[in-house]
Design a protein. Sequence first.
Length: 312
Amino acid sequence: MKYLLIDCDPGHDDALAILTACAHKEELKILGITTVGGNQTLEKVTKNAGNILNFIHEEIPLAPGQEGPLVKTLSPAPEAHGDSGMDGPYFKKKEYPLASDNGVTFLYEKIMESPEKVTIAALAPLTNIALLLKTFPQVKEKISCISMMGGGIHHGNRTALAEFNIYADPEAAQIVFASGLPVVMAGLDVTEKATVSVEQIESLKEKGRVSRLAYELLSFYHETGKQFGFTESPIHDLCAVAYLLEPDMFSGTYEHINVITEEGRARGLTYADRRLTCGEKKNVLVLDQVDRQRFAELLFAALEQLDHKEVC
């Protein structure tokens, strides 16, 4: 059993990651969910997280964190996720109760009161996590791992060199990578291989209530993905949760990772120091391969389980 905190900015792929985690309560004890400005404004992504939790009748504590990056201003991605940050489905107007108005102190309290070390699934810009580590360094002793979606060794997507989550707050990302904690990086090198096909998306349409929600999410996400050249839909954020459930589904290499924080065309670039004489500790497990079939099966099995829960 892993004691889990999820930091996110829903986001279609965040939503699917949350759904998958909620379907695996025997393996993951979700202590809470925090949000951060990223795919859309903090207000919108917090509402989206609450909508998902309301939809599946969950009562997981939810707390909004930082509105924007440590240094720069927030630059959302409506071209990928729509004006709401999670366009596609329609949700009833129902407010989800917030457990705190300060996501960083909420994370601290949940970690320190946990009977076991805590794993963090970081699915968004790393602002909340960086502030947690800098403000409350004592939490490091109670964090077992940070499994994050972000970065990319070979290319970016927000720019030619930088992936969105890292580009949004590279200063925060550098703090996390340099923290000394075990970090698993599911970057574009692997997430763009973790796809579902149009046929698989269509198969959800006639299934249960939660599968139909996933169909609505993925249908919108697939259409927006076409502008970026995708013929199948990569479910980026789900990789960070899937690794916690089935790590042998993935492979990768340990690297010494840093982030370029200076202004310029390379801002937000995550790079590996692969010199033979590099004396730095290899601080990050960089995932680069995934069993695509197993990945899709994990998602669809989770949706089916939540469908069954709705019926029972």
